[in-house]
Design a protein around this ligand. Structure first.
Ligand code: PEP
Ligand code: MN
Length: 371
């Protein structure tokens, strides 16, 4: 089902200075001096539309810096007065909403640990009823598109018309190079389900480390996201939260200068834009397919080790019969031709056997170390 919203296009949002809609500022407001200096430097970047700073910080473990609290809202008000930048902060309950609105915060975002909880999102929505403020809803920490859409719907019901989504990646048990898995297919699907909602990418919380910020930002631009939220701190190494992923306003300037915006293409930009975006989506799915195949082969290797230890043959034909019959009928239900599914799965099966053979025949019972 495709959902329609009475949302204003991002071009009409307050503070909008062009695509990408840029939000930047420290993970947390720490001191008045740190907030003001970061804001002054960011204001010189011209392209920044909104200054962000976390006032109340949801931390994984207690006894870490949990935010400066309401006192920091005065600093945000000062940022607005002195730099002209609009300001944003995270709200996680109704008290946060009332406090932030009292100090004139222009944009509120709902964090990933809050958007998972329909009770809390509803409480925030009730507090926002009839208020004219911009709201961005981060994806929930788990890759659950319905939960994300549900949170957006609850906020939209409060009558908020400038409402957008933030893609900040998803938590995964397996540790990978990024702090959070981008799972790009989810925001792509969100765009399909709610075509007119702006989507902002948050490369900082996906990356978890400065060195990946550029590649993630570029990918978001190639997928035609509407904006970026990137954490910036005057002295990242001293940051009280998310030190590894923040960058100085100067480094942010350099990162932004290296981004390529496909929209600017002169020859029939509309056509190129649509095609380019669709091709990017294909690339995302191809990466996903390769990741899945890699995982499947790793399981096949584990099975190989088990068979070796227990002296079982590699091929059990009944099991293979079962697999092929199942995938052929499931494939048919997905409008995939029998020939296609048959070819693909025979190739996958052969590759699995090759992986198992390698295990069986090289004498190793433990996974081989990468050479
Ligand atoms: C943040 O933006 O600093 C933050 C806490 O983000 P998230 O909710 O994405 O973890
Ligand atoms: Mn952060």
């Amino acid at each position: 089902m495709v959902l329609k919203y009475e949302s204003s296009p991002i071009k009409e949002w307050r503070g909008y200075k062009g695509k990408p809609f840029l939000i930047s500022g420290p993970c947390s407001a720490e001191t008045e001096e740190q907030v003001m200096e970061t804001a002054r430097q960011l204001a010189h970047l011209d392209a920044i539309s909104i200054f962000r700073a976390g006032i109340w910080k949801p931390r994984t473990r207690p006894n870490s810096f949990e935010g400066i609290g309401s006192e920091g809202l005065k600093w945000l008000r000062r940022v607005k007065q002195e730099t002209g930048l609009l300001v944003a902060t995270e709200v996680a309950n109704e008290k946060h909403v009332y406090e932030a609105l009292k100090y004139g915060v222009d944009l509120l975002w709902i964090g990933a640990r809050t958007s998972v909880n329909p009770f809390t999102v509803q409480e925030i929505s009730d507090a926002l009823n009839g208020v004219d403020v911009m709201v961005l809803v981060k994806n929930p920490i788990n890759p659950d598109l319905e939960l994300w859409i549900g949170a957006i719907e609850r906020i939209a019901r409060a009558g908020i018309t400038r409402i957008g989504a933030i893609h900040r990646g998803f938590s995964a048990y397996e540790k990978t190079v990024y702090r959070n898995q981008p799972n790009w297919q989810l925001p792509i699907e969100l765009r399909r389900r709610i075509p007119d909602i702006p989507i902002i990418c948050d490369p900082s919380h996906i990356a978890g480390a400065r060195q990946y910020l550029h590649e993630i930002s570029q990918k978001a631009m190639d997928l035609n996201f509407d904006g970026l939220m990137i954490e910036s701190h005057i002295d990242p190494s001293k940051a009280l939260s998310d030190a590894a992923q923040q960058l100085t306003p100067n480094d942010l300037k350099e990162l932004l200068s290296r981004l390529i915006y496909r929209n600017a293409n002169p020859s029939d930009p509309k056509l190129l834009d649509v095609l380019g975006e669709l091709r990017q989506q294909i690339d995302v799915f191809d990466d996903h397919l390769l990741d899945l195949l890699e995982k499947r082969m790793q399981v096949a290797e584990t099975i190989g080790r088990y068979k070796k230890e227990n002296n079982i043959t590699i091929l059990q034909s009944t099991r293979w019969e079962e697999i092929i019959n199942k995938v052929l009928s499931r494939g048919k239900a997905k409008s995939l031709s029998v020939e296609f599914v048959d070819t693909i799965f025979k190739a996958i099966h052969q590759e699995s056997i090759n992986h198992q053979m390698k295990i069986m025949n090289n004498g190793a019972t433990k996974p081989e170390k990468n050479k």
